[in-house]
Design a binder for this molecule. Structure first.
Ligand SMILES: [Zn+2]
Length: 307
C-alpha cells in the first residue's frame, strides 16, 4: 500500500507530542493552568497517528488517567461551593491525589468547563470508561453556568459567555449521554443569533464571523441534530467556509492562512457533508510548509509550534 501522506513526519510528531506530555517546553509555561487542554492536543494527536497503544506503555496510560482524575474537583455542595468537574492542572500546589472525598474548596481552586471537556476526551482516548467521573455534579454545574439566553459561562461568577462554552456544554452532554443540562430551544436560538450578515458565525451576537466559532456553532447544532433550526442557509454557510480557503485556510475575511484553521474549517465542512468541495491538495501543500523539522506544526511557515 502506498503511503497517503509521504511528507508527514509521523515519527517526529509522535516524539514531539510525547515530549510535551512529559515536560512543558519553555514557551508554554505560561499555560501551566491549562495543562489538561495541552494534554488533549498531545493525546488526540497521538491517537490520530495511531500511537496511543504503540508509543505509550500501559503503565504510562494508567498514570495519565490517574493524573486526570487527580484534577477532578468535588465540592460538597454545588449550589454553595461552586463547580464540580475538572481543573486545568495542579498549579495551585494543592496536595496531589485522586481522592473523591467531597470537601470545601480552597479559594481559586475550582473546576472550569474547558478542562471538563478536555479531561473527558483525554480519558476516552486513554481507554478509560469514565466510571470515576462525578457525572451528576458536572451536569449540575453546567446547568448552573447556563444563561437566560441559552449561552454558557466557563466558570461560576464569570461574565464571559459565548459559543465556545456552548460547544463544550453540548460535547460534554453528548459524551455523558445526558442532555438534561441544556435548554435546547434557547441554545439553538442563541446560536442562530450569532449568524452574521455574510452567513458565517461569530462568537456571540453582533460580532464578526470567525472560523473557530463557526466550528463551535456547527458542531453544537450537529450534536443537537438541529442544524436546520440554527442557521438560515446551509449553502450560504458552505460558500462562506470555502471562501476562507487560499491554499490553507484563514479564520476571518482578509486574514492570512494559519495552520489551525485547516482543522476548524475543514472539520466544519466535514460536519456539513461538504468536504469534497475542499481543494485538499492545496491545503496539504500549505500544511507541509508549516511542519517543523522537530515535529509539530507552526502557525505560519518557519514558526515553531506554540509561537
Ligand atoms: Zn491559529
Amino acid at each position: 500500500m502506498t503511503d497517503p501522506l509521504p511528507d508527514l513526519r509521523v515519527k517526529k510528531h509522535i516524539a514531539y507530542f510525547k515530549r510535551c506530555l512529559y515536560m512543558l517546553p519553555e514557551p508554554y509555561t505560561e499555560s501551566d493552568t491549562n495543562r489538561m487542554t495541552l494534554a488533549c492536543f498531545c493525546l488526540s494527536g497521538l491517537d490520530l497517528l495511531g500511537a496511543i497503544e504503540t508509543d505509550l506503555t500501559a503503565e504510562e496510560r494508567q498514570q495519565y488517567i490517574e493524573w486526570i482524575y487527580a484534577q477532578q474537583v468535588h465540592p460538597s455542595q454545588i449550589e454553595e461551593d461552586g463547580q464540580a468537574g475538572f481543573r486545568g492542572s495542579s498549579w495551585s500546589g494543592l496536595p496531589f491525589g485522586a481522592s473523591s472525598e467531597p470537601r470545601t474548596l480552597y479559594p481559586y481552586d475550582t473546576a472550569e468547563l474547558p478542562s471538563a471537556y478536555t479531561a473527558l476526551v483525554n480519558l476516552l482516548v486513554l481507554g478509560d470508561d469514565l466510571s470515576r467521573v462525578n457525572k451528576n455534579g458536572l451536569l449540575a454545574s453546567i446547568r448552573r453556568l447556563r444563561r437566560e439566553d441559552g449561552s454558557f459561562a466557563p466558570i461560576v461568577g464569570s461574565h464571559e459567555s459565548d459559543l465556545r462554552f456552548v460547544y463544550i456544554s453540548c460535547a460534554v452532554s453528548y459524551i455523558l449521554n445526558d442532555w438534561s443540562a441544556i435548554d435546547t430551544e434557547r441554545t439553538v436560538a442563541y446560536i442562530k443569533r450569532c449568524e452574521t450578515y455574510d452567513h458565517g458565525i461569530s462568537a456571540s451576537p453582533e460580532r464578526e464571523a470567525h472560523g473557530g466559532l463557526t466550528f463551535c456553532a456547527v458542531s453544537s447544532l450537529t450534536l443537537l441534530d438541529r442544524f436546520q433550526d440554527g442557521h438560515s442557509s446551509k449553502e450560504a454557510l458552505i460558500y462562506w467556509l470555502l471562501s476562507r480557503q487560499d491554499g490553507g485556510f484563514h479564520g476571518r475575511v482578509n486574514k492570512p492562512c494559519d495552520t489551525c484553521y485547516s482543522f476548524w474549517l475543514g472539520a466544519t465542512l466535514v460536519n456539513l457533508g461538504a468536504d469534497d468541495l475542499v481543494n485538499k491538495e492545496e491545503n496539504r501543500k500549505f500544511l507541509m510548509t508549516t511542519q517543523t523539522p522537530y515535529g509539530g506544526f507552526g502557525k505560519f511557515a518557519g514558526d515553531l509550534p506554540g509561537k
